[in-house]
Design a protein around this ligand. Structure first.
Ligand code: ZN
Length: 342
């Protein structure tokens, strides 16, 4: 039953991958000229921003000499650009609403209302919660394998995937940290850090899924599995950072890597006699459904909660269950290996 459901979800997902598009907002000519104008004058309509107070050659008009360093100017230009984009978006959305048009995305995001200068407060809070759940999961796993379960005679854990899960925890916590930063203020740097961290996490967890599901224990085989994927993910991250931050293409890469690992886990869950395979099933099905939120991307309710925020909410219970599976897996493998050595 669960398997049929899952196949249906997968087919739906695969069909949708082809339909993904980029943000139409940044291409809107009115919005573009508004931002361009604002970055020169520092004003949108009647509103002006103090962050845009630098002269044409890039030097700040006021302020002491030690603040006129390049880094400071960069920060100021970032702040100026972000203020300009935000107010031009509000201005444009107001106009569109009057014309009875639906909201569109700007720079990969729906129009949100800032709260205390935080762009997407709901996504920030949920990212922080995700970070906390990942940290809790990792610590509990660490304590289990290092203090509760027995060691081999060479003082290593019986569980063959300890190191891989520790690295996974680092990737996951790094990704949620930058997600929280990015959702609080969207500038070029935070955006690239968030996208890169998410791609790195997805790529790494794909490698991990293959190594665990196929029980790859030999170091040489692990390297052979990881190398091509690492090369691809690294190239993709370099492409995003130094060539073009292409939202549509990045979404396709991420969804493809996500679907691949869901497939690997679900096939394994279908054939294995692992005592905790039901946890795998719940995470795979939940993950597939949550991914639909990323794809059926709806604009925010009350200018606050959009599909992406709900996706961040959905990953919280999934991450909790996921680490519980990892702990169960370490106990299961350890008990099998101890029986073998006896
Ligand atoms: Zn996010």
């Amino acid at each position: 039953m669960a398997r049929h459901c899952f196949v249906l979800v997968l087919v739906a997902l695969l069909c949708l991958v082809g339909l993904l598009e980029t943000s139409p907002g940044d291409a809107d000519p009115v919005y573009r000229s508004c931002v361009e104008q604002c970055e020169k004058t520092g004003c949108v309509g009647g509103k002006c921003f103090q962050h845009c107070n630098f002269s044409a050659d890039g030097n700040p008009v006021d302020g002491p000499w030690y603040l006129q360093e390049p880094l400071y100017i960069q920060w100021k230009q970032w702040d100026c650009r972000s203020d300009c984009r935000y107010h031009c978006m509000l201005y444009r959305e107001e106009e569109r609403q009057k014309l009875g048009q639906k909201p569109i995305k700007y720079h990969g995001k729906w129009p949100f209302k800032r709260v205390y200068g935080i762009q997407e407060p709901v996504s920030v809070a949920l990212s922080a919660l995700n970070l906390a759940v990942q940290f809790h999961g990792w610590v509990s796993f660490y304590i289990l394998v290092n203090y509760k379960l027995p060691f081999r005679s060479n003082k290593k854990t019986y569980y063959e995937y300890t190191g891989l899960w520790n690295i996974y925890a680092l990737f996951a916590m790094n990704a949620w940290f930058w997600s929280a930063v990015f959702h609080s203020r969207d500038v070029d740097l935070t955006e690239k850090l968030d996208y890169s961290s998410a791609v790195a996490l997805l790529g790494y967890s794909l490698i991990l899924s293959i190594i665990r599901a196929f029980s790859v224990r030999l170091e040489a085989v692990r390297v052979m599995v990881a190398a091509p994927l690492l090369a691809f993910v690294t190239t993709h991250i370099l492409y995003l950072n130094f060539y073009k931050l292409d939202y549509g293409w990045n979404m396709k890469v991420c969804v493809a890597m996500g679907i691949l690992q869901l497939l690997v886990w679900s096939i394994w869950a279908g054939v294995t006699h692992h005592p905790s395979r039901w946890k795998l099933w719940v995470v795979v099905l939940g993950g597939a459904l949550a991914m639909l939120l990323e794809i059926y991307d709806f604009p925010p309710y009350w200018d606050l909660v959009d599909a992406h925020a709900l996706w961040h909410a959905a990953t919280i219970p999934l991450a909790y269950l996921w680490w519980s599976f990892v702990r169960a897996d370490s106990e299961f493998r350890t008990s099998i290996l101890i029986k073998k050595t006896k």
